[in-house]
Design a binder for this molecule. Structure first.
Ligand SMILES: [Zn+2]
Ligand SMILES: [Zn+2]
Length: 140
């Protein structure tokens, strides 16, 4: 049997809290916990997100893109303000915050990134790999 024929290109769907913004994402990466300073400010704590190629993401609805740094921007619903996307410009991929997925079954948590920026008020108590910034080779 041809192994290639078994590859399933699963499409994940999701939305913001109010339902105004919806998305469909194909070939989503596994989930990473990000402890960086940007995510601390954007989310109030840490962010759990999965990546998708920009070409494999479709969304509809009114999204506001806010600059986070000269190279990054966040996308949120203009109605309910759900934080949905984090885009590193020129990277070719977009991170989708996992809380916006309707049913993220099949995605596993890969590990922790930007642990070098983690504040001291909490401990990481699982056995997943930890990286000071990005792991070598990126986070796919
Ligand atoms: Zn909304
Ligand atoms: Zn981050």
């Amino acid at each position: 049997m041809d192994a290639e024929a078994d590859v399933v290109h699963k499409i994940y769907h999701g939305s913001c809290l109010c339902g105004e913004v919806t998305f469909a994402a194909e070939d989503v990466s596994d989930i990473w916990y990000c402890h960086c300073k940007q995510c601390q400010h954007l989310s109030g704590h840490i962010v759990a997100a999965a990546g998708v190629s920009q070409n494999n993401l479709e969304y509809a609805g009114d999204i506001s893109w806010s600059p986070v740094s000269s190279q990054t921007e966040s996308g949120h619903c203009t109605t309910c303000n759900s934080l949905m996307f984090w885009n590193k410009k020129d990277s070719g991929s977009i991170s989708i915050l996992i809380g916006n997925f309707a049913d993220p079954v099949g995605l596993d948590v890969k590990g922790h990134i930007f642990v070098g920026e983690k504040p001291n008020y909490y401990k990481i108590s699982d056995d997943l790999p930890q990286y000071d910034q990005y792991p070598e080779g990126g986070i796919r």
